[in-house]
Design a protein around this ligand. Structure first.
Ligand code: SF4
Ligand code: SF4
Length: 93
């Protein structure tokens, strides 16, 4: 059976550790610099939560989800190669 991969995003679980951004910059740019990552973490001080934003250069590779310690980013395997993306999910390569 073909398994499609989806990047599930649950920003309410984010603890703001930046591990995802550091990993992305290392994998895709060869540097340990969250400023060069395809994902940015913003703290909403009013709501007390973090917001996750992906740049247009994000390849949906899912490497950030593999290292996220909180479950804010998860790489899910969905049966079938044409499973529709649910809310909060984007296709991963
Ligand atoms: S899916 Fe890949 S390219 Fe996109 S932010 Fe995560 S590690 Fe970076
Ligand atoms: S999404 Fe995960 S890895 Fe990235 S800052 Fe939030 S908790 Fe850390």
């Amino acid at each position: 059976m073909i398994m499609a991969k989806e990047l599930a995003i649950r920003p309410q679980k984010c603890i703001g550790c930046s591990t995802c951004a550091l990993t992305c910059s290392l994998v895709h740019r060869g540097v340990f610099d969250p400023g060069q990552s395809n994902i940015r973490i913003y703290r909403d001080d009013f709501a007390g939560i973090f917001e996750l934003r992906f740049s247009s250069t994000c390849t949906r590779c899912g490497q950030c989800a593999r290292v996220c310690p909180s479950g804010a980013l998860q790489l899910l395997e969905i049966p079938g190669d044409d499973a529709p993306a649910a809310e909060g999910q984007v296709s991963a390569q």
